[in-house]
Unconditional design. Sequence first.
Length: 429
Amino acid sequence: MTRKKDKKVTVGSGQAPATIILTAPQIGGVDIASYMRAIRDADRIDFPDRVRLYNLYIDLLNTDAHLNAVINKRRAALLDLPVVFRRNDRVDEAMQEHLRSPWFGNFILDILDAKLWGFSLFQFRRDGEWIDYDLIPRKHVDPVRRLIVRREQDITGDSWDEYADLLFVGKPRDLGLLAQVMPYAIYKRNCLGYFAQYTELFGQPLREGTYDIYNDEARRAMLRDLTAMGASGIFLHPEGTELKLHEASQKSGSAQLYETLLDYCDNAESKALLGNTLTTQTDDTGTQALGTVHKNAEEAINHMDRLYVLNVLNYDMTEIFAAMGIDIAGGRFEYEQPKNIDLTARIGIDRTLQAMGLPIGDDYLYETYGVERPADYAEMKARMSQNRATEVIEAAGAFPQNRMTPGFWSRMRDFFGSAPDRDAGASGW
């Protein structure tokens, strides 16, 4: 019998034995009725089925450029700040090597995808000296019953508790943020199709041809000539008949109707995923103050995403790291906070601190100001220290010893000289 710690999820296409047999997603024919049917299947209490819903996610994500843009904007905010591992208030450089490797960046993005899709299920493994993982295909996972199914339409499968080194992120019955934006993506796709038809019909000139109703040869020749002239619409009719195309004169029947619906759907997707619209596109009524409010709303969502990632790393991943032979005891994952301060202002602050007698390390200066450390740093440092000591000795030798009186008030007396004798009066100066 296979031990739990050795049992791995394998993926195949049906040609070889595997835990999961993949199936190509069913795409096309998307409408609101199919969306509602997918939601009902996924929300079933006893045998929930997300296959139809996830096929819909895949289909629309492949074609909705704006939806992908706002998702990538949210992902970029996670990778914009580096994650560090501190132990005893110091960065653990050994752990940082793992955090700088490619698997960790991909892992953070897949953690965020748990919010979009409802969950993510990972299986970790050792790849040489590094950690790596596999993302279990979501259509083959039943998060409510904790099952991994062989084929996506199966209602029975293996309990994922039988497999080693698995990590579940998300909530069992959560359908993800994509469930909220799918209706707008569906309306947008269908609207774009109708808009394309409208453009094809009214955006190209209509060619008209007439022929004698009793002359079939003339009709065939006219039809042949018109179709050979290009793809624009043609109107062929016998002499004495006519066809009129009436375009709607009101705004609601013109091209602006389609553009308004497309913009509304884009704005709805931005609000659902970023909490605002002005950080993704401009608006005639937008102001700098309003843009600041929208930016603050987006930053609040980004902060929530970072907390979500840190909770997974600091709590859910502890057993996984231990199983991978990585010691994180006494340490904590954190996001490195940005230092949003102008370097000119930083120079002024550093000089003030030095004038106050606060020592500042050379490492801090090299890192803060981006100055490259010279190869002969140690020799140059020793030579500069020696020169400084020599300058101090020479400066001290330039003054008589009896005038090197210590203390502030002694220096003040030396500066102002001796006061006149009380009995001498002004003539004694």
